[in-house]
Write a new protein. Structure first.
Length: 382
């Protein structure tokens, strides 16, 4: 069966081990989970509550409410410089949107290029009936257009790009994005642009790939409210694409889920129109937490990290010859610090660990102290 070919989420092994320790009464310093410690701002919560009190617990359009879709169009035109209209947008949870977008483009035995290292894109490609083909990023984790071109075949239907990137925390330049789009337009390949961390950029400027087109054509843009508004549990996001792709995604939603809760849609519309100040506050707090991470890493000779430009992950390399899964498990067992092994993001992530600085400053500080002890006591500083 197809689902038998899809492995369990590689991150959940660490999450489950950490949960067992916590259930046994141990304190775990988690830098593993991909969410900030912030709560959803109360005005957003209230918007959902008011909708529920007003009868917003019934079926709604599979596209998303007109109010929400208008808020999405306003936002992407103003902020992302994407020339979209109502027919170009649909509300959908961001993780599901990866699968739905691939399904909308799928053909028999298709291929999709996925970044290495990168988020868990291979599984939804396989679930959509395709073959994931990894393309390596440069040594400092930017786009390598020659590498991408070398992996394109007659079966390639999509190339997935993620900026700001998870796990490497890089923000791709306009020139490279323009080059990628030109390659794809020339060959009739869609670019699926995952921009879940668009608002968490520290020094550089985020460029939406869709802004490089006059109107949606070659780019399928995926956006999320999870990180921008601390709404990870709400499962709120949206896709911006050409009309035919959106129609196919809608056909999938009608069949698979019917619609999403109206109160979540009302809260999302309110967030997009009224709550950007919270996003700014979150970004500045994460900037402070990034400094704690950087200071901690500077005191650990075994770890070498690149500058984090966006998102909230460090992705340092270590020198020891142990696999990253072994290092992550030992770190959890010996120091009660949870990080993710770099290899779960692709072969290029081996001998790296992903460290989230979304946790509280106190948790980050203590975890970094324990990391220093771990690498010293385990003899991994060489």
């Amino acid at each position: 069966m197809l689902l038998d070919e899809i492995p369990d989420s590689p991150a959940f092994e660490i999450f489950n081990l950490a949960s067992k320790k916590q259930a046994a009464g141990e304190k775990v310093f988690s830098l593993a989970i991909g969410e900030p410690s912030f709560d959803t701002p109360l005005p957003i919560v209230n918007a959902a509550y008011e909708c529920m009190k007003s009868g917003g617990g019934h079926y709604s359009s599979s596209w998303g409410s007109k109010e929400l879709r208008e808020a999405i169009v306003e936002k992407v035109r103003r902020k992302n410089r994407v020339n979209a209209s109502l027919e170009n947008v649909i509300f959908i949870t961001t993780k599901l949107s990866i699968y739905a977008s691939l399904l909308s483009l799928a053909s028999a035995r298709f291929e999709a290029l996925v970044p290495d290292p990168g988020y868990y894109y291979s599984e939804p490609v396989a679930l959509a009936g395709g073959k994931p083909v990894r393309y390596k990023l440069t040594s400092d984790f930017y786009l390598d257009l020659d590498e991408i071109e070398s992996k394109i075949t007659s079966k390639t239907r999509a190339i997935i790009v993620n900026t700001p990137s998870n796990p490497a925390g890089k923000v791709f330049d306009r020139k490279d994005l323009r080059g990628l789009l030109d390659i794809c337009l020339e060959r009739g390949i869609k670019v699926i642009s995952d921009e879940a961390y668009e608002d968490l950029v520290y020094e550089k400027k985020h460029v939406s790939l869709g802004s490089l087109e006059a109107s949606p054509k070659g780019v399928v843009s995926l956006f999320s409210l999870s990180k921008s508004f601390a709404m990870t549990g709400w499962r709120a996001g949206y896709v911006v694409a050409d009309r035919e792709t959106i129609l196919r995604i809608n056909r999938f939603l009608e069949t698979a889920v019917t619609c999403f809760p109206p109160f979540i849609q009302a809260a999302s519309a309110y967030a997009l129109r009224n709550c950007e100040r919270y996003t700014v506050e979150f970004r500045e707090e994460l900037r402070r937490r990034r400094a704690i991470l950087e200071e901690g890493l500077s005191e650990i000779p075994a770890l070498e990290g690149e500058k984090v430009e966006g998102a909230f992950y460090g992705f340092p390399r270590y020198r020891a010859r142990l696999g990253s899964k072994v290092v992550a498990k030992r770190l959890l067992n010996e120091q009660n610090v949870a990080v993710l092994p770099g290899v779960i993001f692709g072969p290029s992530g081996e001998r790296r660990i992903r460290i989230s600085f979304g946790s509280s400053p106190e948790t980050i500080g203590e975890a970094m102290r324990r990391l220093k002890v771990f690498f010293k006591d385990a003899g991994l500083n060489r």
